[in-house]
Design a protein around this ligand. Structure first.
Ligand code: PRP
Length: 182
């Protein structure tokens, strides 16, 4: 059913699987003796984080924060708001932030700065997708699954007005989906 609203598949289910495996190997190599906190930024991180965690075979802690910048639409509002803070203290801990996408870079930059201010020993970012053409600030994630062009994508955690997060792949929407809504 959701398939019918998709114009192009940008990252297929199989490709996501391979990318997640590759990222997990890199993270495992760098963190296996460090007992890091993997911090997911809700809600978009959920499918990616769940799949990534299952590939990581070493001790780690998981935590979540809900930081929002889009407020349901297609363009970043430019405002980053902490809706839910993480419960675990990050002082002297290695933190890996898990993101579905880095676009303008505002969300991730503000979270990285906050964690450093709180005394994290190190802060790195793993993102399934990187959209460098969307950047308004200078930010380069350490672990990038796939670099994508400047298009609005949904699926595998990414939403359009809270829908499509449950698609098992990433794709672009047919224009009629967002043009019929006003
Ligand atoms: C999306 C996405 C990233 C952020 C990327 O989250 O999950 O966190 O935007 O955009 P940026 O680099 O331009 O800041 P959103 O704020 O829409 O919340 P959500 O994860 O609940 O969809």
């Amino acid at each position: 059913m959701l398939n019918n609203d998709i114009e192009n598949v940008m990252i297929s289910k199989d490709e996501i699987k391979a990318v997640v495996k590759d990222l997990s190997r890199q993270i495992e190599r760098d963190y296996k003796d460090k007992f890091p906190i993997i911090l997911g930024l809700l809600k978009g991180c959920v499918p990616f984080m769940a799949d990534l965690l299952k590939e990581l075979d070493f001790h780690l802690e998981i935590a979540f924060m809900n930081v929002s910048s889009y407020h349901g639409g297609m363009e970043s509002s430019g405002e980053v708001k902490i809706e839910m803070d993480l419960g675990s203290p990050v002082k002297d801990r290695h933190v890996i932030i898990a993101e579905d996408i880095v676009d303008s870079g505002r969300t991730i930059q503000s979270v990285v700065e906050l964690l450093k201010y709180r005394g994290a020993k190190s802060v790195k970012v793993v993102t399934l997708m990187d959209k460098p053409e969307g950047r308004v600030i200078d930010f380069v994630p350490e672990y990038i699954g796939k670099t994508i062009p400047k298009a609005f994508v949904v699926g595998y955690g990414l939403d359009y007005q809270e829908r499509y997060r449950n698609l098992p792949y990433v794709g672009t929407l047919k224009p009629k989906i967002y043009m019929t809504e006003e």
